[in-house]
Each structure stands twice: as C-alpha cells, then as structure tokens.
Design a protein around this ligand. Structure first.
Ligand code: HAX
Length: 441
C-alpha cells in the first residue's frame, strides 16, 4: 500500500501544480450563466464542485477517469475465475488515475484485509439501538462510533501542518473502507439473522469477503457483489451522498464524520433508499394484483395509479442522466447471463418496457428512463436476500470507494471550505427590479 500512497502523492503534487497554473491564467474566466429557476430547483446543472474521480455524461452515463462501465468490465483486473471487475481496481483507478495491474489490486485487497479490525465499542453502540431501527440508522451509528479511530482527528488536535493533512486522511479513508463490510454485515446479522456471528475469509477480495460476512457463499453471489460494489462506487461529485461527504469534509471533519453525513443523504428515498423502494413497490404491486408474473398492461395500470396517487415511480428518473443508466444495463446483462428465467427479474424488464412511455407522457419528467436502483433489488432477491430495507447499506459500502478517493484528492489539493452564497426571495426580487429599472433584464 505504501507504493500506492507514494504514487498518489506524486500524482497529487503534479495536479496541484497544474491547477495553480490553470488558475493563474483563468481565475476570473466565467464558467456558465446561472438562471433564476436553478436557485429554486436544487441548483440543478450549476457547475460548482471539482471532483477528480468520475464524470457523468447525461447520455452516456458515468465515466470513471474516462472509462465507462463496459470498458471497466473489460479492463479492470478480475478475481481468479471471476467474470466481474474487482472494486479494489476501480478504487485504484479513481485514486491514481490509471488502470491498475493485478498486483496493485492484490496489494489493496491485502491492505484492506489487514486493516479490518473493529473495536468492540462499535458493535456495542449499534446494540444500543432497538432492533427495529432501520439498517441505515444502525449503519451510520456504527460509522459514527468508529470515528474514535480517526487518525486525522488525532493529528489535527496535535497540530498537524496543513500540508500534511492528506496523509492521515488517506489512512483513515483506507481504514474506513476496510471496516465498512464488517459494520454492514453486523447490522444485517443483528437485524435479520438473530445476531449470527460474522464469518470472514481475509484471503478473499474485499467484495467476496463481504458476501461471506453476509452469509452468502454461492459463487454467483460473490460475482454479483463484485459488480454491485463496482457500479455503485461513484456518480460524480454533485449527487447527495458524494456532495454531502465532500461538503462536510471541506470543514476538515474527518473521513468518518464526512462519510456518515454522506450516508445520511444516501438514506433518502429520492437517492439511495430508492433501491429498497423499488422492490417494495414491485412486491406491493404483485400482492395487489395477486400474481408473481403481471402482464405489461397490468404493470402500466399500476404505474399510472401510482402517479395518480401523487407518488414517484422509484428507480426511474434522474437529476442529470437523460438516458437509460448504464449501471441498469450492466445489471440487466448480469441477469440475462445468470438468471434469465427469474420471474421477478422478468417483471423488472417488463416495467422497463412500459414505464418510460408513461413517465414521458406526463410531460414533466425530464428523464423517463431507469436508474441504477431499478434493477439491483431483483438480483439480490434471486439469491435469497429479500430484506430490502438493507439494500441501501450495500449501496453505502460501495459508495465509500468513490467518496473516499475523492476526499483524498480534496485534501491533497488543499480544496477550500465549501461555502456557496444563499439568497432570499426578497433579495432576488430587489435585484430583478433594479435590473429592470436599468433596462438590463
Ligand atoms: N416518478 C414520478 N414523477 C417523477 C419521477 C418518477 N420516477 N421522476 C421525476 N418525476 C417528477 C418530479 O417529481 C417532478 O415533479 P414536480 O414538478 O411535480 O415536482 C418532475 O417530474 C420533474 O422532475 P425532474 O426534473 O425530471 O427530476 P428531478 O431532477 O427533480 O428529480 C429524481 C430526480 C431522481 C429525484 C426523480 O426522478 C425521482 O424522484 N425519481 C424516483 C426516485 C428515484 O428513483 N431516485 C433515485 C435516483 C438515482 C439515485 O440517486 N440513486 O441512488
């Protein structure tokens, strides 16, 4: 890991020098016009954050350091006999900006396995919650309890030089990624498996060991976890979980505090919780219709009824994407190879055939196509993981890869405290009146 850390530092130094040059010549170059409606629409489309590790194209979907998901599936190292990329490889790519070798990936897997010990108080803190607490609440509570281990918080209290912030941040980031599967699996076993003890095999890669911790040993589930942990890792910097982590980190809150903030955002139904909402919506539909194989006509009517009741169709739509999410397609391909006859999966595909037209017909939904959450639940149910309230925790474990890689970059580049300007409607009105008087508007 020390080689990877040194390589990261060298890359960050080079990039810091490039940004300095860029700013010397372009500090006051305007980026784009912001219109009044954007202030009221969640800042949609306003370019305001630099996140080096991934970039989202509205039509082509996410690219990690320039590589699309199909390219990653081809180019990232795989486990022996595996068909899916290893998420450690994606982490390396996001962190270093280059495709890793098999050896680089092995070094990360080994380091993660070595760093995965968790102090007992973390589990005791989770145990203080009622078993009925949502898995995301239990997960975030565990992460907060783990904050006692932050090397950055300790170094800061001892007066670390700001040039060295990146070092304990880097260590915290890797330690956190190493430990999250254990916290997640503890929550799963506590809530759904009568507190069964965790079984791990530290010789396995990170995602496969996570599958084992959750009690799943089927080889295809291990493959699914590698794919799942790869495709959910990052979605550029503006989505709620990435942005919240970045924002809180900009106050020099340590990686544990920052990641917990991001996870609280992921737990919202318009963001990561959508993955549980999708399967809940489908299960309710099957129950209402009294069938496990609804026709397209039945699905269409159910979707229309959902809209008429003033609810969203979960798993569809996006703040940036304007096309079918390649993460949906990667999961569809996985299902086509591994479980083409699964009835729930077929229902997901039938929903994909009828819902976009219905959403488009509303005339207001900007993206009627499925996002990542539309497919993931059906794959998990296939392998027996029916406890859908847990799904967002899986998403969260994966998301740590992207937001932690990004946090390493933010501190290594010395990014500033985030502090955008807010404004009142009265101030907007005054400004509009002023402009109208001067004939500028
Ligand atoms: N079902 C019903 N209505 C929808 C819709 C959907 N799937 N998607 C958008 N709309 C509605 C919006 O609620 C909005 O309605 P109002 O004008 O009445 O407020 C209108 O269409 C315009 O919205 P938009 O501009 O197309 O979409 P936004 O950028 O405002 O919102 C959301 C993007 C993802 C929040 C939205 O599409 C949605 O609520 N989808 C369902 C929930 C979901 O799947 N979330 C997960 C998104 C991906 C993600 O973060 N994964 O973790």
């Amino acid at each position: 890991m020390i080689d990877i850390k040194n390589k990261f530092r060298a890359k960050a130094d080079k990039e810091a020098a490039e940004i300095k040059m860029l700013l010397r010549e372009n500090a006051n170059t305007p980026v784009e016009e912001v219109v009044v409606s954007q202030l009221y629409q969640g800042m949609r489309g306003i370019t305001s954050i630099v996140s080096e590790v991934s970039l989202l194209d509205p039509m082509d979907g996410i690219k990690f350091r320039g590589y699309s998901i199909p390219e990653l599936q081809e180019k990232l190292p795989k486990a022996e006999g595996g068909t899916e990329p290893l998420p450690e490889g994606l982490f390396y790519l996001m962190l270093i900006g280059e495709l890793p070798t098999q050896e680089d990936v092995k070094a990360i897997s080994k380091s993660l396995a070595e760093r995965s010990d968790i102090p007992a108080h973390v589990f005791k803190t989770i145990d203080a919650l009622p078993i009925s607490a949502h898995p995301m609440t239990q997960f975030v509570t565990g992460i907060m309890a783990l904050q006692t281990e932050s090397l950055f918080a300790k170094a800061y209290s001892e007066g670390i030089n700001k040039k060295d912030y990146w070092d304990p941040i880097f260590e915290d980031a890797i330690n956190l990624i190493a430990r999250l599967p254990y916290i997640a699996a503890y929550v799963y076993n506590r809530k759904y498996k009568n507190g069964a003890s965790l079984k791990s095999d530290k010789s396995l890669d990170w995602a496969a060991n996570f599958a084992l911790l959750l009690g799943y040993t089927e080889i295809d589930f291990l493959k699914l976890m590698r794919l799942y942990m790869t495709i959910h890792a990052d979605h550029e910097g503006g989505n709620v979980s990435a942005h919240a982590t970045h924002l809180v980190g900009s106050a020099l809150s340590d990686p544990y505090l920052s990641f917990a903030a991001g996870m609280n955002g992921l737990a919202g139904p318009l963001h990561g919780l959508a993955n549980q909402e999708v399967i809940k919506w489908i299960f309710e539909m099957l129950k209402t219709l009294g069938t496990d194989a609804p026709s397209k006509e039945q699905i269409a009517q159910y979707a229309k009824d959902t809209l008429a009741a003033g609810k969203v169709i979960p798993g569809y739509g996006h703040g940036v994407l304007r096309n079918t999410d390649p993460r949906f397609l990667a999961q569809k391909e996985f299902a086509e190879s591994n479980m083409p006859d699964d009835k729930l999966v077929q229902t997901v595909w039938n929903i994909f055939e009828v819902v976009p037209e219905i959403l488009a017909a509303t005339g207001k939904v900007k993206n009627p196509w499925p996002n990542v959450d539309a497919h993931s639940g059906a794959l998990l149910v296939h392998f027996g993981m029916k406890e859908y309230e847990f799904y967002t925790v899986l998403f969260g474990v994966s998301r740590s890869l992207g937001v932690m890689a990004n946090m390493c970059w933010s501190r290594a580049l010395g990014f500033a405290l985030e502090r955008p300007k807010s404004i009142t409607t009265n101030a907007i009105k005054a400004w509009l009146n002023e402009g109208a008087k001067k004939g500028e508007l």
